[in-house]
Design a protein around this ligand. Structure first.
Ligand code: PEP
Length: 242
């Protein structure tokens, strides 16, 4: 069974310096019960945030290397993330696919390495604007899942539906479109999988999006950087689970 509580995940991308720990403290100070929260700061802040957060908030990474150790300059393995205090990781984010040319076979090996290390793995999928306009959104997402979902038994993962055209743009799909994609994802993922929506989630639209069937949480970029805005999304997640 998937957890009843929503998961609200904050992806800080390449934002944040040590002073940003104040935002983490501000989130922890006002966390409501009944919702799971993860924050994914840049790697440089991972250990600091994990120490500060304790059990209050899950601290996670934004990417992981496949494999445990080796001659991979610049890479950080799942074992290293766990050692630094991470409990979760995002894999296959559209920005990694685009800027780092990550293909789905690599994303699957990353997801499998993360899951094997005990990290809560948030696997991102989503169509481009041209794919949606061509009526190919569901087919694209199903193909991404068929290729990138980790194989074999292991702890539950989360899948984040992130239409590329909605990430960082302020534009969101209609609730009907979100419901349609989440229902399609639900049909092909294990029952214990939480399905998050990501793409321009903010305080003003979180309640509506989190009320859509099969939306088990949100992956939040820009709106997770400021504690007050992120707390409003978290509060919507807590209310939606009741
Ligand atoms: C993201 O970074 O995964 C994301 C959804 O960004 P934003 O909320 O800014 O669209």
């Amino acid at each position: 069974m998937k957890p009843a509580q929503k998961l609200i995940a904050g992806n800080w991308k390449m934002h944040g310096l040590r002073a940003s720990v104040d935002e983490l403290d501000a989130v922890i100070a006002k966390l409501p019960p009944g919702v799971d929260v993860s924050i994914h700061p840049p790697l440089t802040l991972l250990a600091l945030f994990a120490e500060r957060a304790g059990d209050a908030v899950i601290i996670g990474a934004q990417d992981v290397a496949p494999g445990a150790f080796g001659a991979r300059t610049g890479d950080v393995s799942a074992a290293m993330l766990v050692d630094a205090g991470a409990r979760a990781v995002i894999v296959g984010h559209s920005e990694r696919r685009h800027y780092h040319c990550e293909a789905c076979a690599l994303i699957r090996t990353k997801a499998e390495a993360a899951r094997a290390a005990g990290l809560l793995t948030i696997l991102c999928v989503g169509e481009s604007e041209s794919e949606r306009l061509a009526g190919e959104a569901l087919a694209v997402i199903e193909a991404q899942l068929a290729c990138a979902l980790p194989r074999g038994p292991g702890p539950a993962i989360a899948v984040a539906y992130e239409p590329i055209w909605a990430v960082g743009t302020g534009v969101t799909p209609t609730m009907v479109e979100i419901a349609e994609v989440h229902a399609a994802i639900r049909r092909v993922v294990p029952v214990d999988t939480r399905i998050l929506y990501g793409g321009s989630v903010k305080a003003a639209n979180a309640a509506e999006i989190l009320g859509v069937p099969n939306v088990d949480g949100a992956l939040v970029g820009g709106a997770s950087l400021v504690a007050a805005e992120f707390l409003a999304v978290i509060a919507a997640g807590a209310r939606a689970a009741r």
